[in-house]
Design a protein around this ligand. Structure first.
Ligand SMILES: [Zn+2]
Length: 496
């Protein structure tokens, strides 16, 4: 009977689609009934693990993680990942007050940070700021007069600050201090610095979240800051998956008594004229070895560079086409080389794997950047009760529920007010998971590792959480995997 109701519900639902959309759905037979009256919308929840997506977790499926993201964007406290200090954020008025407090009658440079630890020659940047009438910049800690032929080493990282003004902090000339501050804030995109002329010490001031000692700044947090499925939140190295593919060195070099020339690096085979071998040759030469040296006798540093690359420059003596010339290059490493090959070309992967061994050359490893936490460093430094959003996702549902009962103790009054509705929603949804007997799961549990029964109960809890009314749910054998007690609770939850 239930299945007939479901079939009828489904065909009525599909009847609401346009004929264009219906053609993609194939022919849906109407159930063989004369009449059904008072049929509610029907949702069938089957016992199967449907989601194979590695990005889907208990937290995302139940939407609890979405509410946690909202909570962290609104109510979490930011800490600097450089110094561990609480990040600060000031208004212009407050900054002015701080400046007069600590720099009164001192001679200072007012600086606007333009480049922080980035590579490039910055010729255009210098031209632009000169056109705007500025005469000096602080380049890598040194104040320099600007000229049209100034150019930096493009392969090195630089720190560049614009010198906006040089002045004595004096109440009499408060307007000048204020004007310079405004200009510096504008060019520094919300951040400025004061350089004490006498001591050479620098202090940062910011209208954005900023570390008071290192000047590190964060963007205003938004829900996507905490999403591992968004480029705004995901760890850049593993793109939010928490794991990376790594070359299994034992399979790459199964016999280290062989030399590289004799095929010691198995997926590359024996020596031939190609760019990768020229690069490898340049590296071993730099370590005073040759391609004939057995791999076991290569210095550790050489092997490390070969596997994982280096930003150092090497001189290539033999160019790929057999010509002799001097080339400079930096090397990405055999690890990255093989990964890129396998990503761009499946045939190569099969070829590589075939020549490697029976199993894949790659193994899954925890991402070294985020430690498997999936989020970028900045996102992991927003905390409530000294816990970041990933710590909460690691907790089992029961502990998480208990923690949320006490959450108001960890929040300031203002945050409590902002977050109260979100907290209620999260508490209710966690409660549904407890009600269906899933107290032992955690939010970061991958959906594809769940059993069919667990998956079904999670979808059911999500449905209850969505608070639809007058819906008919059809479950296949709901008692499988559910204790009688959970069953009763479930029915109670559905009734309410
Ligand atoms: Zn990562």
């Amino acid at each position: 009977m239930l299945l007939i109701q479901f079939a009828e519900g489904q065909s009525r639902y599909i009847a609401t689609f346009s004929s264009y959309a219906r053609q993609f759905l194939g022919n849906m037979e109407r159930p063989d009934v004369d009449k059904i009256t008072g049929l509610s919308p029907v949702i069938s929840i089957e016992q199967k693990t449907v989601n194979k997506n590695p990005r889907s977790t208990v937290g995302t499926t139940t939407e609890i993680y979405d509410f946690l993201r909202l909570l962290y964007a609104r109510a979490a406290t930011a800490y600097s990942y450089n110094s561990g200090e609480k990040m600060v954020k000031y208004s212009t008025l407050k900054i002015l007050e701080l400046i007069f407090d600590s720099f009164s009658n001192k001679k200072v440079y007012v600086l606007a940070p333009l480049v922080q630890g980035r590579k490039g020659h910055y010729k255009e940047l210098f031209e632009q700021i000169m056109k705007k009438g500025f005469l000096h910049a602080r380049i890598n800690g040194e104040i320099k007069e600007l000229s049209y032929n100034i150019k930096l080493d493009r392969y090195k990282s630089h720190n560049i600050e614009l010198v906006v003004d040089k002045l004595v902090v004096d109440q009499v000339d408060e307007k000048r201090v204020k004007d310079s501050l405004d200009i510096a804030m504008k060019h520094g995109k919300g951040i400025m610095m004061l350089l004490d002329f006498e001591t050479g010490k620098v202090r940062y001031f910011s209208k954005k979240l900023m570390c008071p000692t290192s000047g590190l700044s964060y963007n205003e947090p938004a829900p996507h800051t905490f999403s591992f499925n968004s480029p705004h939140g995901a760890c850049p190295q593993c793109s939010g998956l928490g794991v990376i593919n790594e070359v299994d060195i034992k399979k790459i070099i199964p016999d280290d008594s062989l030399s590289i020339r004799n095929g010691g690096i198995k997926p590359l085979g024996k020596y031939r004229q190609s760019l990768i071998f020229c690069q490898i040759e340049a590296i071993v030469h730099k370590h005073k070895c040759t391609l004939n040296t057995p791999i076991s006798e290569l210095p550790h540093a050489a092997l490390n560079t070969l596997m994982y690359g280096s930003s150092e420059m090497f001189t290539m003596i033999t160019a790929p086409l057999g010509m002799v010339s001097n080339h400079f290059m930096n090397f990405e490493g055999i690890n990255t080389y093989l990964l890129k090959l396998s990503e761009t070309d499946t045939e190569t992967e099969q070829e590589l794997e075939g020549s490697g061994s029976e199993a894949s050359l790659f193994k899954k490893a925890t991402c070294p950047e985020c430690g498997g936490k999936r989020l970028k460093k900045e996102s992991l430094h927003f905390k409530i009760d000294n816990k970041n959003i990933s710590d909460l996702s690691d907790m089992d549902i029961q502990s998480l529920y208990n923690w949320f009962l006490k959450i108001n103790d960890f929040l300031e009054d203002k945050e409590k007010k902002i977050a109260s509705e979100i907290i209620k929603e999260i508490q209710a949804r966690i409660k549904f998971l407890l009600d269906v007997g899933l107290h032992y799961l955690s939010l970061n549990r991958n959906s594809k590792t769940l059993s069919g029964g667990e998956s079904q109960r999670i979808r059911l809890a999500t449905q209850i959480g969505s608070q639809l009314v007058n819906v008919l749910y059809i479950l296949d054998e709901p008692s499988i995997g559910l204790h009688q007690r959970d069953n009763d609770r479930l029915i109670d939850a559905l009734k309410s």
